[in-house]
Design a protein around this ligand. Structure first.
Ligand SMILES: Nc1ncnc2c1ncn2[C@@H]1O[C@H](COP(=O)(O)OP(=O)(O)O)[C@@H](O)[C@H]1O
Ligand SMILES: [Mg+2]
Length: 257
């Protein structure tokens, strides 16, 4: 579904992504792991159109999408989740979901994510869809809470809810488990699995929690120093000595300050 072909990007002298190639198959939940600084987030930002690579291509559904802006990709069903912008904290959960009506077309869709005044808030179809998304994610009981009052995990569920309002097909998730308590982490992994199985979402997921990766992801891509170190099922990746060394090598660097 997505093919990353020999992509590179440097920041100044730092080769953040360095000749990276892999594929995310349609219908998969593909994990992307690797030590801090491996280039995972930078690669995501390239795929999502937020950064342009120095070299290489991104192919989505057989089409070269390299350098296309996020809103164009968004219309094709390729979405990277973002933290809720701070100004949205003063709106309710329900209102946050209304910002992303499914049938709104044109270039304004992506912009409407950031400017809620444009959205026709009384549209019955949108209201029904919001209720359905709230129920799917077990957020109905907090529908009228201000988004800012949600826990970290509930905010991440709301991020997923926003992708559901757009009928995404391919979702990039950067560390959905970070800073989330165990109970809500379970709710997030359940939501990811159900979106995959019941709605046909394809996911590419960066996550530090190896239990989450082992539970959800096949295959797992391991990045180190901007490129792919190895890939395969978690059971294989886990026992690969090169992977252990990449993580340990990094830990030693950190310890050394
Ligand atoms: N905007 C930026 N400007 C300069 N260097 C950056 C920037 N973003 C990332 N880097 C550097 O690129 C490398 C890869 O970072 P990143 O993609 O965040 O890795 P990961 O998500 O795997 O931890 C790191 O060395 C990081 O310091
Ligand atoms: Mg990162």
């Amino acid at each position: 579904m997505i093919r990353i072909e020999d992509v590179s990007l440097s920041f100044g002298g730092i080769r953040a992504v360095d000749g990276c190639s892999f594929e995310v198959a349609e219908g998969s939940i593909t994990g992307l792991i690797g030590p801090n600084g491996a280039g995972k987030s930078t690669l995501f930002n390239i795929v999502a159109g937020l950064l342009k690579p120095d070299a290489g291509r991104i192919v989505f559904d057989g089409e070269d999408i390299t350098g296309l802006p996020p809103h164009t990709l968004f219309h094709r069903g390729l979405v990277r989740t973002f933290q809720i912008p701070h100004e949205f904290y003063r709106m309710t959960v329900r209102e946050n979901l209304m910002l992303v009506p499914p049938e709104q077309a044109g270039e304004n869709l992506f912009a409407s994510w950031f400017s809620w005044g444009r959205v026709k808030r009384q549209d019955a179809d949108v209201l029904d869809k919001v209720d359905e998304v709230l129920a799917f994610l077990n957020l109905t009981h907090v529908a009228d809470e201000l988004a800012g009052n949600l826990s970290g995990g509930q905010k991440k569920l709301l991020d997923l809810g926003r992708t559901m309002m757009t009928d995404a097909r391919m979702v990039l998730l950067d560390e959905p488990g970070a800073g989330v308590n165990r109970t809500l982490l379970g709710a997030i992994t359940t939501a990811i699995r159900r979106l995959n199985e019941e709605r046909g979402y394809t996911f590419c997921l960066i996550e530090h929690d190896m239990d989450v990766i082992a539970e959800l992801c096949d295959p797992v891509i391991v990045m180190a120093q901007g490129t792919v170190l190895t890939q395969g099922p978690m059971s294989e990746v886990r026992s690969n000595p090169d992977v252990r060394e990449a993580y340990l090598g990094h830990a030693e660097t950190e310890d050394a300050g």
